[in-house]
Design a protein around this ligand. Structure first.
Ligand code: S3P
Ligand code: PEP
Length: 423
């Protein structure tokens, strides 16, 4: 395998409907919540159906570095044994570009008795964390992030005092989830109030509350912007992680684009994750609506945007400003990749993304090198364009390992062929 070919993959359009069974891997969001909460519980918890990928490995390694016993008896199981405490790690926690691990552990670090440095790769070092640091400081925690992004240094004092904290979740709902999960281990009840009017994907907060409740936490919600978390700590539990809804969107889109039938082993209605909302939209292809507000299904926007290129009529994506602070600036990356396929196919208008859909695209040869920007969702969504066009090449295809290491194998199992070595 030459260095050059291992760094890119050209998709050969299958020319036939994709059929077969592909079950998406476990949910990244749920796995990383369950790992943390299980680690904070006293006793042994078994997480089944879990995702094993870069993002969950970073979380697992960080928890090990803080004294949690974590075994992996098989490819989808974590056995987590905690004693209700996290210990100061000997070195900074390196969390790659895993937003969940970085944000969740920044708040959990306040429960440690000692110093914790939370750090990530060069991409994570550009992703804002200041609102979470400010919120922690208002609870009396000594925390700093010089650049407003990681690294963050937290001088944990073994817990939080009871109190009220305000947080602006406009840039990331993960700040709110992070505070909620840590708050259950506080010394008294903690109220978490949202400031600002916008919060992306509230469904992620519901996911947090559901995982917390499964491990014994008690939370009440006096109004839509206020949560009260009781100082219950967590109880060890056996927990089944559902498949990843964001991963499912690629399979749903592959199905409608090729007119195939892919059995995911799970009904769209069975998911509790926000991105499952995208299923109804994908099912409406090639008649996607003229305007799609992506704010409540953010990680599905790359899938929908690439699908929209083949729609009957143009589609405008709104409510997606915070896609600019994900693994890369996804609004820009989508516009760039689509315009490499055909100039003007994707256009940025302010923070909106306008797709100049062209149902005549399918079957054409339009050689395009798609820069993944080290972003798994850019790589995975543009592979969908390669199902209908000749010449789509994905650069840095290994970046899918962030959340879906088996993605290329999954497409291959459905009959998709590639030029270049499959990572
Ligand atoms: O809480 C979570 O599990 C997530 C929340 C969303 O991020 P933001 O809240 O930063 O928008 C989402 O994009 C991310 O992939 C996972
Ligand atoms: C935004 C994402 O990830 P995170 O914020 O967890 O790094 C994602 O998986 O699309």
């Amino acid at each position: 395998m030459s260095e050059a070919t291992s760094q890119q993959l050209t998709i050969i359009p299958p020319g036939a409907p994709l059929r077969g069974k592909v079950v998406p891997p476990g949910s990244k969001s749920i796995t990383n919540r369950a790992l943390l909460v299980a680690a904070l519980a006293e006793g042994t918890s078994t997480l089944t159906g879990a995702l094993k990928s870069d993002d969950t490995r970073y979380m697992a390694e960080a928890l090990r570095a803080m004294g949690v016993a974590l075994e992996e008896p098989d490819a989808t199981t974590f056995v987590v044994t905690g004693d209700g405490r996290l210990r100061p790690p000997a070195a900074p926690l390196f969390l790659g570009n895993a937003g969940t691990a970085t944000r969740f552990l920044t708040a959990a670090a306040a429960l440690v008795d000692g110093r914790v440095v939370v750090d990530g790769d060069e991409h994570m070092r550009k992703r804002p964390i200041a609102p979470l640091v400010t919120a922690l400081r208002s609870l009396g925690v000594t925390a700093s992030a010089e650049t407003g992004c990681p690294p963050v240094t937290i001088e944990g004092q073994g817990g939080f005092a009871a109190g009220r904290v305000e947080v602006d979740g406009g840039l990331s709902s993960q700040y709110v989830s992070a505070l909620l999960m840590a708050a259950a281990c506080g010394r008294g009840p903690i109220e978490i109030a949202l400031t600002g009017k916008e919060i992306g994907a509230r469904g992620y907060i519901d996911l947090t509350l559901a995982v917390m409740a499964a491990f014994g936490a008690r939370i009440s919600q006096p109004d839509a912007s206020l949560w009260r978390v009781e100082p219950t700590g967590y109880r060890a539990a056996d927990f089944l992680v559902e498949p990843d809804a964001s991963a499912a969107t690629y399979l749903w889109a592959a199905e409608v684009l090729t007119g195939g039938a892919i059995d995911l082993g799970v009904q769209a209605s069975a998911f509790t994750q926000p991105d499952a909302r995208a299923h109804a939209l994908i099912a409406s292809f090639p008649h996607l609506p003229a305007v799609i507000n992506g704010s409540q299904m953010q990680d599905a926007v790359p899938t929908l945007a690439v699908l929209a290129a083949f729609n009957e009529t143009p589609v405008r994506f709104t409510g997606i400003a915070n896609l600019r602070v994900k693994e890369c600036d996804r609004v820009a990356a989508l516009a760039q990749g689509l315009s490499r396929i055909l100039p003007g196919l994707g256009i940025e208008e302010g923070d909106d993304l306008l797709i100049a859909s062209d149902p005549g695209l399918a079957g054409r040869t339009l050689p395009a090198q798609i820069d993944s920007f080290a972003d798994h969702r850019i790589a995975m969504s543009f592979a969908l364009a390669g199902l209908k066009l000749h010449g789509v090449t994905i650069l840095d295809p290994t970046c899918v390992a962030k959340t879906y290491p088996g993605y290329w194998r999954a497409l291959a199992s459905l009959g998709v062929k590639f030029e270049g070595d499959m990572p």
